[in-house]
Design a protein around this ligand. Structure first.
Ligand code: SAH
Length: 351
């Protein structure tokens, strides 16, 4: 694979132009062209000679939209192909207040959660900062956005991969996508979701990047959590809650817990009671998720009535909670489903 131009921040673009003997202002031109989201071969503000020199060294289009599925509610699901042929996925969800893009941070995932399609074949590789950024640039451009008037207003790092298992690249991506000369998306409009890698949650609190921290909890005791999330053997719920408090202390940002309701596993009244007791008085919010069933994973989500009952139990105990609107379930909205289908390992479940 060639180098990835989108990996570079303003300073690194300036160094590149100096290296190629180009005037300094070209770095700014290049940054603006990158933020537009096209291929290097289409950067027509640069001379053909410079484009050719860049193309000799950098990938023309490191992340290409290979397939788009559109759901009735307007949700779009993308299959992206990377320069080495690896596949990742993304989603664009349309809301009244703007459009939220879900991005991937790794090809595959090593966490192997029992309900998730992303970990079915383990981790293939980390994405570079530029490969994460290029997903946003490609979707923003496709949706008619420009750097000045973005079509993608919000980001969630909830595609395939565990963002904190690819820490350096993810933090660099966050700096690139929030940079003034780039897409300039506010950290407040970005949510990073983790399965709870405690030391990295603490490190993130110290980066000066006040993104919304979301933790996939999905259970109320360490024993139960370990049944569906192997990472629970490494970090306890108590340690996770402590890291969340530290995050709040450092960033002032309220944190969020994801809780996918799984039949016979974590969705009874006693689970709601325990969850409320764990979170009582904390500056947090609970997102209840209806499970997107994955063929290879023998777990069933609760029905809608049980989900609302669980929500009611939390609310009754003063916990801020919502039941997440399901978007795009019929196009295989859940992590890893489209890629798994492409690899012939799964059918994206139609509902
Ligand atoms: N690795 C990170 C981010 C990716 S997953 C994390 O664990 O948070 C984004 C969210 O989708 C997580 O809360 C994850 O647990 C959840 N998820 C995964 N598979 C799902 C499925 N089949 N149905 C519903 N939610 C799922």
């Amino acid at each position: 694979m060639k180098e990835i131009l989108q990996d570079r921040n303003a300073e690194e673009l300036a160094a590149l132009m100096a290296e190629l003997g180009e005037p300094r202002y070209r770095a700014g031109q290049l940054a603006r062209a990158i933020a537009r989201g096209g291929r290097i071969s289409e950067f027509t503000e640069l001379s053909r000679a410079l484009r050719e020199r860049l193309l000799a060294r950098f990938e023309d289009e490191p992340v290409r939209i290979a397939e788009v599925l559109t759901a009735a509610d307007g949700t779009e699901k993308y299959l992206f192909s990377l320069a080495d042929g690896d596949l990742i996925e993304g989603v664009l969800m349309r809301y009244k207040y703007g459009n939220t893009q879900c991005v991937s941070t790794q090809v595959g995932c090593r966490m192997n959660c029992a309900f998730c399609a992303s970990g079915l074949n383990g981790l293939v590789r980390d994405l570079s900062a530029g490969e994460i950024l290029a997903q946003v640039l490609a979707v923003n451009a496709r949706a008619g956005g420009t750097p000045a008037k973005r079509a993608v207003t919000n980001l969630v790092l909830m595609g395939s991969g565990e963002p904190l298992d690819n820490y350096e690249n993810v933090v660099k991506f966050l700096r690139l996508v929030t940079a003034e000369g780039g897409l300039n998306i506010s950290p407040r409009n970005i949510s990073l979701s983790t399965c709870g890698i405690v030391p990295k949650m603490i490190a993130l609190a110290e980066e000066g990047l006040p993104v919304n921290l979301t933790v996939s909890l999905h259970a109320v005791t360490d024993e139960e959590r370990a049944r569906t999330m192997p990472v629970a053997k490494a970090y306890s719920i108590a340690e996770i809650l402590k890291a969340c408090s530290y995050y709040f202390e450092k960033t002032g940002r309220r944190y969020i817990f994801e809780y996918a309701l799984i039949e016979g596993e974590n969705a009874d009244r006693e689970h709601a009671e325990k969850l409320a007791a764990l979170l009582k008085g904390r500056p947090c919010h609970v997102n209840l998720i209806r499970l997107n069933e994955v063929k290879e994973r023998a777990l069933t989500g609760t029905d809608e009535k049980a989900a609302y009952r669980f929500l009611g139990e939390l609310e009754k105990r003063g916990i801020s909670a919502t039941l997440r609107r399901r978007t795009g379930a019929e196009i295989g909205g859940a992590c890893g489903q489209l890629r798994a289908a492409r690899l012939g390992k799964s059918g994206a479940d139609a509902e």
